[in-house]
Write a protein that binds this ligand. Sequence first.
Ligand code: HEM
Ligand code: HEM
Length: 180
Amino acid sequence: MWRNSMTHFGLLARAFHWGMTLLIIVVLLGVELHELFPKGSAVRGAFMTAHFQGGLLVFALVWVRLLNVLTDRAPIIEPVLTAGKEKMSVLVKFGLYFCMIALPLLGVLDMQAADKPLTFLGLSLPVLIGVNPTMAHDLKELHETVGNFMIGLILLHVVAAFWHHLVLRDTALQRMLRPR
Ligand code: HEM
Ligand code: HEM
């Protein structure tokens, strides 16, 4: 039940996948919606806090998820993917994991360089960079660019999931759902 079977991802993999999907949606809504509220307002602050804390939680959890990926063989897709589609799917997955690691790191570097140190669930974080306003500006830009790139990757990933299910009619999406 916890581990992957030949046909379906196990409960652990599914809980991680759908839990982290929800968490990343909260992270993205937090940063997109904060703009709607005036600077200095409590709601704007709360949306950004959701962005920061949710993003750091993604960073903490992604390692456990990667350990799970490396120790539990993924269920097979039927019919088997062509080599080109297989390569594309590995590339997108790699990109998603890369963003889940790089974005929180860039976020923390940006905040520390901008002299706005933050805590994670009340714990102070190691200092990775000294105060440097020019660097902070560049890091913020880079974080935003990679963040928007990740939104594109997620959209591609979701369209691909439905395309596999509805057009190719293979078991790619079914594997990530509860077995019937
Ligand atoms: C999975 C984690 C994360 C994702 C997907 C993510 C994504 C994004 C996106 C899409 C934007 C907006 C880009 C734009 O407006 O064009 C953004 C902005 C920002 N993020 Fe993140 N981020 C993550 C984690 C973090 C963390 C952990 C921090 C801080 C420690 C952080 C700090 C910021 C800051 C300061 C901004 C600029 C907000 C503004 O003033 O407009 N992010 N992020
Ligand atoms: C924030 C949103 C999402 C992120 C970051 C994300 C990330 C990922 C990652 C990293 C994997 C690879 C799992 C592994 O290594 O075994 C994966 C697999 C998968 N995801 Fe998502 N996902 C998201 C949303 C969704 C949504 C909304 C759907 C469905 C509509 C979906 C469907 C799937 C399916 C079917 C797989 C298995 C594909 C395969 O093994 O090739 N994902 N996802």
